[in-house]
Design a protein around this ligand. Structure first.
Ligand SMILES: [Zn+2]
Length: 459
């Protein structure tokens, strides 16, 4: 019976003193133990005590697994002592790369150190002590992986060695995804443009979807275009018909607008300038009305008595415009004033319905409506109205490519089927009405006006 009762449980260092204790049969008390190291070095060990116990003190000079055989008489025992040159360093896992806040459904790189782990060691990244998210491998003392979550909340993350002995812990705050705010802008808008000149405006529409519709607007009331977003950009062509400092806006929503000021200069010679709609109202023409591509001009009278005097102020005429608007919207139930322009007895012309929208004055209308304010069933328009009508209609024909206002062409009508009509006509030519007066428009001098306009277009 020769037993070891105490021996090192972990490797010993070179030059480290340590002891092996044991017990032998008291029969051998006083005898020497005999040692054999690595099967070749034999040495005489210490004496066995009277009670059979013994103790051997060791110190190895070389590293390696050293085999010891201990003998006395016919009894022997063996053990192996690992001897290492330096102390093995403690393994340690740590998090070093963790976002504190992570939006859901967004990938994040998580990493850390794995001190004293051999390359290729498998680790486990675990969430909330139950879900294994990834199994990163150690490379050069580091580990790294990519994770993502689809539910918000605070998460406990653990990095764990494959044997479960080493671990480190951290938390990550998974937050609801922030919707990215949409944003429109202008790209290099011009500071100055010429009136009545085609202008291309463009810009970015960040975080909008393809096909989303924006509104390009002037002076907070006049809709110029409805560009659609394509690949985060928008572009629109428009023509500014009023001179001065114009506030141009691109609008994605009430919350998302961009503005620029464009100075519109230099009315072209012969271009007629109507008073802008903003003279009399801040309410724009409703944008959901059908679009109009004018092919002609229809003349009307408003058939409202007591128009402003020939020497009326703009304020008086603006008030009159609001009367007309009230009658058409609240009386007739139309969306706006039915016509596009109103010619006042002073000769001033006021923009009414937006030119890009169909009028209410003709159910098969494909033209612009121009109305003389007043009742011209028997009375005739004055010279100022006549001159303004010619100037206005000349400008409108040039604007919309109408080159001939006298030659009749087949034209659909509301009440008379298809008729041969010139591009400038009276309301009565297409609808069963007296408007704009009797005798085919003699009172509003329709034949004279279209001849004069046609003459202007020829020059
Ligand atoms: Zn009419």
């Amino acid at each position: 019976m020769l037993q070891i009762t105490q021996a090192p449980q972990s490797p010993v260092l070179v030059q480290q003193r340590f002891s092996i204790l044991g017990v032998a049969s008291p029969f051998y008390a006083g005898n020497n133990l005999l040692l054999t190291i690595d099967g070749q070095f034999r040495a005489t060990g210490p004496d066995i005590n009277l009670d059979g116990t013994w103790q051997i003190d060791f110190l190895f000079q070389q590293a390696g697994n050293r085999r010891l055989k201990i003998e006395v008489g016919t009894e022997s025992t063996e053990l192996t002592i690992p001897v290492v040159a330096t102390a093995p360093q403690a393994k340690q896992l740590q998090f070093t790369q963790v976002p504190t806040r992570l939006p859901v459904l967004q990938a994040a790189t998580i990493g850390g150190t794995a001190a004293n782990f051999p390359d290729g060691s498998a680790l486990i990244l675990r969430a909330d002590q139950q879900f294994d998210l990834a199994k990163p491998f150690v490379n050069a003392g580091k580990w790294q992986t990519t994770i993502g979550f689809n539910q918000p909340g605070k998460r406990v993350l653990e990095i764990i060695s494959s044997d479960g002995r080493d671990r480190a812990q951290t938390t990550i705050d998974v937050v609801a995804a922030q919707p990215r705010p949409p944003r429109v802008s202008f790209t290099n808008p011009p500071k100055q443009v010429k009136v009545e000149t085609t202008l291309t405006l463009a810009g970015d529409a960040t975080n909008y979807n393809n096909g989303d519709q924006l509104i390009l607007r002037a002076d907070q009331t006049l809709e110029l275009a409805r560009p659609r977003v394509q690949d985060g950009k928008w572009q629109a062509q428009t023509v500014l018909r009023q001179t001065g400092q114009r506030l141009i806006e691109i609008i994605g929503s009430e919350q998302d607008k961009a503005q620029t000021i464009i100075e519109v200069i230099g009315a072209q010679a012969g271009t007629f300038q109507a008073q802008p709609r903003t003279t009399w109202t801040s309410t724009p023409t409703p944008s959901d009305l059908p679009a109009l591509q004018p092919k002609g001009i229809t003349l009307h009278h408003t058939f409202l008595t007591n128009p402003p005097a020939t020497n009326a102020s703009i304020a008086d005429e603006a008030a009159r415009m609001r009367v007309i608007y009230n009658g058409h919207v609240n009386g007739n139930g139309w969306a706006d004033i039915g016509y596009h322009f109103i010619v006042m007895p002073s000769g001033r012309v006021y923009s009414a319905r937006n030119e890009t929208k169909r009028g209410a004055h003709d159910v098969v209308n494909d033209g612009l409506g121009v109305a003389f304010d007043g009742v011209y069933t028997s009375a005739t328009i004055n010279q100022a109205m006549y001159n303004s009508a010619i100037a206005l209609c000349t400008t409108l024909c040039k604007r919309y490519g109408i080159t001939n206002t006298v030659t009749p062409i087949p034209t659909p009508t509301a009440d008379f089927g298809t008729r041969n009509l010139p591009r400038m006509m009276g309301h009565r030519d297409r609808v069963a009405t007296e408007c704009p007066g009797t005798e085919g428009g003699r009172t509003v001098r329709l034949p004279d006006i279209r001849q004069a306009v046609n003459g202007n277009l020829a020059t």
